[in-house]
Design a binder for this molecule. Structure first.
Ligand code: ZN
Length: 428
């Protein structure tokens, strides 16, 4: 591991590439998986890659130097949160998201669609990856105060910070994301849930398509207007929930969409993703999307799901889970996921994961982690987040290497055999 001071000097510089490109170095003959490089104005991303989430331009409790050190190649922030605070104009004035947060590499922002629409339905239900529940549009908001309303033009929503009213349209989302200045942005889409009815899914998809055209047009206008800024790539978002025909239609329509000579630079696969059908949904879409453009699987980051995403042709992934569960003392290990607060770790002087090479595992014991969690020390969040992010980043890096070595299936069987088996036993 390099000392931080030295690493700052060597690594904290921007890449030379001024534009955006994607090169595929290897395509797996047994699956849809591929190994490639996404080149951005802030440097390359070797894919498949896991992109840690720094929602409000910070990965909670961890320095950007530590994120770089643990192997993160890029970070993803949230347009909705940055729009509300500090405001996109502040990031623009600061020189863009990467510079603002002292992150030396590529950045992503999501469009805000997911977060804004989540206000209307409640985060938990949107995130629930389970289709085995009632499907009716009326159940979505339940008795909650509905904070977002969708119409054909855009979404009107109430800030979760101060209750003030705001409106996002495809144009506003593009303006906000251009000001934030991430290398990769997502088109503004209507994100549905597994609870929506089929007719509503169809309506939402039509809207997402109409909004995609408006995003491309506004993106082109802003790219031309903002002369001298690094190129920002725009990814279209494939919706369609669990329906094969809708997913395929979305992939066909958005994959070939061109408006005024502008097409998408890549694609995000989003919306309601039923965990049990994740592989099928992703393969429907990726068999249709243009092969030469990168594909990002939105909001997916559990180890078992990452294997499914990679073998079905996704190149990048983001998920807030690794850091979020770390703050509750839950950690990923080769022995499965477990909770460091458990009293069985009070005198366990081994690392969280003996095979992990992260800063936490090479300097601290489970007993110490147990102590800082039980004492509610702030350091607990920092150390656990470093471990979890390293674990997931490294796992996807290992998948990349396994694809190059031709033994992806072995890695998957070996990892999941241990991880899932022991997760079932050790979870507490
Ligand atoms: Zn570790």
């Amino acid at each position: 591991m390099m000392p931080y001071g030295l690493m700052n000097k060597l690594e904290f510089r921007f890449g030379n590439a001024l534009s955006f490109s994607f090169d595929i170095q290897h395509a797996d003959s047994n699956s849809l998986a591929r190994v490639g490089t996404i080149n951005t104005p802030h440097g390359p991303i070797q894919t498949p890659a896991f992109i840690p989430v720094g929602t409000k331009a910070t990965v909670k409790s961890v320095l950007p130097e530590s994120m770089k050190d643990l192997g993160a190649q890029a970070l993803l922030s949230n347009a909705y949160h940055l729009y509300l605070q500090p405001g996109p104009d502040v990031l623009d004035e600061a020189g863009g998201l990467a510079k603002f947060m002292n992150w030396p590499g590529p950045t992503f922002t999501d469009s805000g669609g997911f977060q804004v629409l989540s206000l209307g339905v409640g985060f938990k239900k949107v995130l629930a990856m389970d289709a085995q529940t009632t499907r009716h549009d009326d159940v979505i908001a339940g008795n909650k105060d509905r904070l977002a309303h969708v119409d054909d033009e855009g979404v009107t929503f109430k800030s979760h910070l101060d209750g003030s009213m705001h409106r996002f349209t495809p144009e506003v989302s593009m303006q906000v994301q251009h000001q934030i200045g991430a290398d990769i942005m997502f088109a503004f889409d209507e994100c549905t849930t597994l609870h929506n009815t089929r007719p509503y899914q169809e309506l939402a998809m039509e809207r997402t398509y109409a909004w995609a055209i408006r995003c491309l047009d506004e993106h082109k206008r802003l790219t031309q207007e903002r002369v001298g800024k690094p190129y920002q790539a725009l990814f279209g978002v494939i919706q369609g929930a669990q329906y094969e025909d809708l997913r395929k239609k979305a992939a066909t329509d958005l994959g070939s969409l061109e408006s005024n000579g502008q097409s998408f630079d890549g694609f995000g696969i989003g919306g309601a993703l039923d965990k049990g059908q994740l592989g099928r949904i992703v393969s429907w879409v990726n068999q249709i999307l243009p092969e030469n453009k990168p594909r990002h699987l939105l909001g997916i980051g559990a180890p078992e799901d990452l294997f499914v995403g990679v073998e079905n042709g996704c190149d990048t992934f983001d998920c807030v889970l690794a850091s979020r569960i770390a703050r509750t003392s839950a950690v990923y290990t080769m022995e499965g996921r477990f909770n460091l607060s458990n009293s069985r770790f009070k005198r366990d002087f081994t690392p969280i994961d003996s095979q992990c090479d992260c800063y936490t595992c090479t300097h601290y014991t489970r007993a110490y982690m147990h102590h800082v969690f039980r004492g509610k020390e702030i350091l607990s969040a920092t150390l656990a987040t470093i471990h979890n992010e390293r674990f997931i980043v490294r796992l996807v890096d290992q998948m990349r290497q396994a694809l190059l070595d031709g033994n992806f299936a072995d890695l998957k069987a070996d990892f999941l055999g241990r991880y899932l088996h022991r997760s079932g036993q050790a979870r507490d």
